[in-house]
Design a binder for this molecule. Structure first.
Ligand SMILES: Nc1ncnc2c1ncn2[C@@H]1O[C@H](COP(=O)(O)OP(=O)(O)O)[C@@H](O)[C@H]1O
Ligand SMILES: [Mg+2]
Length: 290
């Protein structure tokens, strides 16, 4: 973040934050917006959402709406195009080049006043028309005081991938930070429950914050046992579902079969006497060691 803002008033720069759902991408974008406002930058923001992904210029509309009055200072043909993007004038959706050059002209006009931070969250849901125009702009900001900061889930596709933005991978929290976050949000967990939650969350801040809410207060305090599979709901489901979606089909099938096997039957097999060695000849050889 420091290096991103170091030369913000000189030349343009861009960065894509990539990571699993719930890992903290949006939280980092929020922090960047606060930092940018503190150093006097203008902040424009849009976020891709699934139900607007097919709606031309919806993300651009969201991002540029605060600038609509500045469009009055532009040449008539740019103003006309922007008015159609904003829905302020009738007419067909503008063509990609006309839209992109109008957006570039608008940004050129406002960056004379102060540097700009453009934030595009959940890039994979941003509509194609907006993504094209944003891509056009990002490729032309090298001499302008503009920072373009985007975020996308690992493994998602979209036109934005062709932009080849510099990527910063957002990984899980370190063990110490994860424990601090859990303790701050959920003080008073018994050690067994706390250990289990830290293991299941694997450093994901969303899981650390929300998973304990899915347990009863008796489970959190250790008076009732935890279920073999902890319940998921809302955004938590997305965290785990997206990890499963990226697995190969045979692995998903094995997981599904395991999920359908009632956990109480598992202990019947007992523990292996020693860890089976991987077989190079037959997948069944290792069974003899059990
Ligand atoms: N480093 C962190 N420390 C504490 N809470 C965090 C941290 N990063 C994210 N969170 C919290 O975790 C939740 C998920 O973060 P979010 O930024 O929405 O994830 P993403 O955008 O990657 O899906 C939010 O409630 C957020 O406030
Ligand atoms: Mg997010």
């Amino acid at each position: 973040m420091n290096s991103l803002f170091a030369g913000h008033d000189r030349g343009g720069t861009s960065l894509l934050l990539r990571g699993a759902p719930g890992v903290g991408k949006t939280a980092l974008l929020d922090a960047a917006a606060v930092r940018a406002a503190d150093v006097g930058m203008r902040v424009l923001r849009a976020s891709g959402v699934e139900f607007e992904a097919e709606m031309n210029f919806s993300a651009l509309h969201q991002m540029l709406w605060p600038l609509r009055r500045h469009a009055d200072r532009l040449a008539g043909h740019h103003r006309d195009v922007l008015d159609r993007i904003f829905g302020l004038a009738p007419g067909l959706s503008p063509d990609p080049l006309a839209a992109s050059t109008a957006v570039l002209a608008l940004l050129g006009e406002v960056t004379v006043e102060r540097p700009l931070l453009m934030i595009a969250d959940d890039m994979s849901w941003i509509d194609r028309a907006s993504a094209t125009a944003l891509g056009f702009v990002v490729r032309r900001i090298s001499d302008d005081p503009v920072v373009f900061l985007a975020a996308a889930r690992t493994g998602t596709e979209g036109l934005w991938r062709q932009l080849r933005l510099p990527v910063h991978e957002i990984g899980p929290l370190a063990a110490q930070s994860a424990a601090e976050l859990l303790d701050a949000r959920w003080p008073g967990l018994t050690p067994t429950v706390r250990r289990r939650l830290l293991a299941e969350a694997a450093g994901n801040p969303l899981v650390l914050r929300e998973l304990p809410a899915a347990l009863s207060s008796r489970q959190r305090s250790g008076r009732d046992p935890l279920p073999a599979l902890l319940p998921l709901f809302g955004r938590l489901e997305a965290v785990f579902a997206s990890a499963v979606e990226r697995l190969p089909a045979p692995t998903r099938t094995v997981l599904l079969v395991l999920r359908c096997t009632p956990p109480p039957t598992w202990p019947r097999f007992g523990r292996p006497r020693r860890i089976p060695r991987a077989s190079t000849t037959s997948p069944w050889r290792s069974r003899r060691t059990w």
